[in-house]
Design a protein. Sequence first.
Length: 157
Amino acid sequence: MIKQGGFTLIELTIVIIILSVLAATAFFSWPATTLNLDGQANQIAADIQYAQTLSMTSGQRYRFVKLSSTTYQILNASGSTVSLYGRSTVTLNGNITFGTLTNLPNNLVAFDGEGSPYTDTGSPGTALASTATINLSASGQTTTVSITPQTGRVTVP
C-alpha cells in the first residue's frame, strides 16, 4: 500500500488562521500617520512652489499664508485668494497640524516676480534671510518643509 502525502483539513485551517492573524496585525500597525504626514508635507511644498511659479510667470507677488493651525491659502498681490483644489482655503488632512514656522514671522512666505522669497507683503519687502521651515505634526510625529533664501527652493526631507 502506498501512503499519499498531503495536508489534512485541520492543518490547512490552522495555517489559514495563523496567516489571517499575522495579516491583521500588520494592517493595524501600518504607519499610516507617517504616510499621511509625508503626503501632506509634499502637498504643501507643491503649493508653495505653485505660488512661486505664479509670481514668476505673472511678474506679481503671490504668497503662501498659514491662517490657522490647520488651514492655509495662496493669495495674489491684491490679497485675493487663488483657488487650490477647487477651494479658496485648504484644510490639512486628518489630525495633521502646523507646528512652528521658523523665520516666517508673519506666518507667510511671499515671492517676487523673480521667485525670491520674502517674509512680508511689503514692496520691496523683507527678503528671507535664512532658511525658513514649516513644521507639521500628527500623533507625536513631525516633518518639515524648508524654503531656501534667495532661490526659494522648497524641500521636504
